[in-house]
Structures are given as C-alpha cells and as structure tokens.
Design a protein around this ligand. Structure first.
Ligand code: 5AD
Ligand code: SF4
Length: 437
C-alpha cells in the first residue's frame, strides 16, 4: 500500500503552487495524496506568516493533530512555508510532534527529509540554497493539472513595507531565468493547461535573464509566453504600483492573451500613512497610474489590498482611503486589519485600538462589496469568454472563469479546458450565470 500524504495550505497563491509542487515531489517518491488527514501517513502544513491569525492557526492545527499522532505513532508531521522559515527549529521545541520543518526555498529536499523522518530523525531546513529548487523538482504531471495553473516566476521582495514580513520570510527578490519559465509553460500547455497565472510576491518587478542574454521585464516575458500555442490566457499577481512599467501597461493594451484583470494593492489612500508604511508612492501617483492602465485597457477590472488600523491612522486618513476606493472603483478588494508582525518596523509603533480598526474594516468592506456587486451586475447582458474548469454544483452545469476573473456557471456539455463565449444572464453574490453562445 502506498503511503498517503495530506497537505494543508494556508495563505497566498504562492503557497498553493508550492503545495502542488511538494505533493508532486512526494508522489514521485511513491506517495499518493489524500484529502483526509485521518488516513494520512504524512501531514504537511504549508503555512503563512503574513498576519498573526494565520501564523497562530498553525499551532492550533498542530495541537489538533496530537491525538492523531498518539493513535498513529508512525504518522510524520511536517511544517513548511513561511512560519517554517520564520521560526525554524523553534517549532520543534514548541511542538514535539513535528518531524520536519522546511522553508519555501528548500522544499525540493522534502523527500529526503521524509526519508530521514522514517528513520526517526528530525530535520530543519530553512536554507536559501545556491541551487534552484525548481531544477530539482519533477516535471508537472498531467494527472493533477487543471486547465488553469500557477507558475512562479519571481520570489521575495526588496520593498520593505513597514508592516510586512515577506522580505524577511521569503528573502530578497529573485527572478527565475526566462528559459526555465518558458519551458515550464510549454510543458503545462502540452498537458492541456490553457491559462497560467504568473506568480511572485513582487511579480511585476520581474527582471530575469532572457534567452537572448539580456534582462527581461515581465512584459517581455508575457509576450514570449503569448507565443506558446495552446496557451490562451496569461495573468500575473501580485504587483507593486512602482513596478508598473510602461511596457507592461502597453502589453495590457495590445497583447490579447493578457487578461483584463489586475491586482494592484495600494494599502491606504492617505499620503501620511503611505509614507509611514514606506510604500514610496502617493495616493495621487496611484490614481494617475490607474488612469494610464485604463487608458491602455478601458475595460480592465482592478482589484486591491487594503490595511486598516495601521499605527497612527486617524479618521481623516481612513476617510482618504475610502475616497480613493470610491475614485478607483474596484471590481474586487481584499482588506485586512493591521496585524503587528515580529521584526517589522511598524510593530514598534502604537497600535490603533482594536474596536476602531474593526469598525473601519467593516465600513471599508461594505463599500468594496457594493463595488464588487456593481462590477458583476455590469456584466449582465454582456458577452464574455469563459475558460471552463470543472462541473458545477448542479447536474449539466460547468463552471469557469471569465476574462475578468469572475466565476461563471452555465448549463453546457462543454468539456473542461474549453474557452467559449458566454452571454451573462444573472449575477449572484459570488458568481455569474450565463448561456454559451
Ligand atoms: N497586517 C495586515 N495585513 C497585512 N498584509 C501584509 N502584511 C500585513 C500585516 N502586517 C496584507 C497587505 C498585502 C496582503 C497580501 O496582506 O494588504 O498586500
Ligand atoms: Fe510585503 Fe508586498 Fe510590500 Fe513586498 S511590496 S514588503 S510583499 S506588502
């Protein structure tokens, strides 16, 4: 009987991608994956350190695994991801049930660490190794791929926003060479993937070695990827406003495979707070950028990230954030209450009282929900293209994503992996309904 692996993923899309690659490495080792922790021989928690809540959740989940390990002493438990990177061996001290701790840059060594765990040896690997983990991972297997896939092109961040742990946990910015990315994309396309989302903590800062010897920008990379037959849609996330280069904006205007959706976090609409956050841009420069992007691609849907209750945020600062949201009109937005993170500059500052931050978060979320609904409602009656991904909840139904990243369901026999024109007929809170034309 093959051994069973259960992976739980916390946090961002980078972690989703890393979990897939870890699972594939373990499958190459003879494991099979399972969705049930109780039947697993090995459990890996791929963790997130971005906010305190996410980081602490790992410890409560590990606590919940204690009885399982007691009943099944051979069960191996691993902690991967950003908490692993940030806390390393401390995790073993705090949670003796853990067998291995592996950071986001060294998980190609997970199979060897699992073998060590089998021999009863615990291990911690939070290196930033010389070798590239991607060179030591198996090619992506067709069996687990869906019509849409993630592809990491850049990792780490040099921006040092005052609230953020990413520069510490994921390290400084590194771009993968274009040749490797193109190769991975061709493998994906050959296996039926029709859409890829290029991932990076600072993806638009991409500046990898090109196949012609020069440094390539993200726009250049996108244009080369667009030449791959069978690959029909390209997206990228997450971007920093200051790295939104002219060539990338231009690509939104004239590269048909680049989808009209852009996640462009601004965090706050107050210049005072932006400065305190070390964002190095103003609300006004962000607005001008948005105008330029919309001039290139008028129908683009924008999404953003916001932090409320950053230390020093006053009612006036918060009102400026609300004004910016009204001015931009987002199709989607993610908002968070500020969470002090160990080792970051902002963690030393006096926090905004929790009650005030909660109230601001509620008000902000009400506004973006309204904008989100309006954006969806505006799709009704329009024709969009949908990449169908899987059967829907009802029989005879398929679901997929529109060019604008809205979930769309339609009554159709169209197989997964098909891109079809769909006329949108209705908008529900989190999805659209339509008919294939
Ligand atoms: N507290 C709250 N939100 C945070 N984010 C990053 N760090 C923190 C923090 N310390 C948010 C930012 C970022 C998103 C991924 O998470 O909005 O864009
Ligand atoms: Fe964190 Fe993004 Fe700022 Fe980098 S740019 S420090 S990842 S919020």
């Amino acid at each position: 009987m093959p051994k069973k692996l259960f992976i739980k993923t916390y946090g961002c899309q980078m972690n989703v991608y890393d979990s897939e690659r870890m699972a594939e490495a373990m499958v190459a080792e003879g494991y099979v994956t399972t969705d049930a922790a109780e039947e697993a021989d090995m459990v890996v928690l791929n963790t997130c350190h971005i906010r305190e809540k996410a980081a602490e959740k790992v410890y409560s989940d590990l606590g919940r695994l204690r009885p399982l390990k007691a009943a099944k002493p051979d069960l191996k438990i691993g902690v991967a991801g950003c908490v692993a990177q940030a806390e390393g061996a401390e995790i073993l001290a705090r949670m003796p049930i853990v067998d291995l701790v592996v950071g986001p840059q060294s998980y190609h060594r997970l199979p060897a660490m699992a073998r060590a765990a089998e021999r009863g040896e615990k291990s911690v690997d939070t290196d930033f190794p010389e070798e590239d983990k991607f060179d030591h991972l198996p090619d992506r297997p067709a069996a687990t791929l869906r019509p849409t896939a993630f592809l990491t092109v850049q990792e780490g961040c040099d921006k040092f926003c005052a609230f953020c742990v990413v520069p510490y946990t994921r390290g400084s910015e590194v771009s993968r060479p274009a040749e490797r990315i193109l190769r991975e994309a061709r493998v994906l396309a050959d296996k039926g993937v029709r859409e890829i989302t290029l991932l990076g903590q600072n993806v638009n800062a991409y500046h990898g070695a090109g196949t012609d010897g020069g440094d390539w920008s993200l726009a250049r990379l996108v244009r080369e990827l667009a030449r791959i037959d069978g690959l029909d849609r390209i997206r990228y996330t997450t971007s920093h406003p200051n790295d939104m280069a002219d060539d990338l904006i231009a690509a939104h205007g004239d590269e048909p495979k680049l989808m009209p959706y852009l996640h462009l976090p601004v965090q706050s609409g107050s210049d005072r707070i932006l400065k305190a956050m070390n964002r190095r841009h103003s609300a006004e420069s962000y607005m001008r950028l948005v105008e330029r992007i919309r001039a290139a691609r008028p129908d683009i849907v924008l999404s953003g990230d916001f932090i409320v209750g950053f230390p020093g945020e006053t009612e006036t600062d918060f009102a400026a954030t609300m004004d910016l949201i009204r001015a931009v009109n987002y199709g989607m937005a993610y908002s968070f209450k500020y969470s002090a993170r160990p080792g970051t500059p902002a963690a030393e500052r006096t926090p905004v009282p929790a009650g005030i931050a909660d109230a601001r978060l509620q008000a902000l979320q009400a506004l973006v929900t309204e904008q989100q609904r309006a954006c969806q409602q505006a799709m009704v009656g329009r024709e969009v293209t949908v990449l169908f991904e899987k059967p829907g909840r009802l029989p005879g139904q398929m679901v997929g994503k529109s060019d604008y990243l809205h979930a769309v369901h339609a009554a159709t026999e169209t197989p997964a992996g098909t891109i079809a024109k769909v006329r949108i007929t209705a908008s529900a809170p989190n999805s659209l309904a339509g008919t294939v034309v």
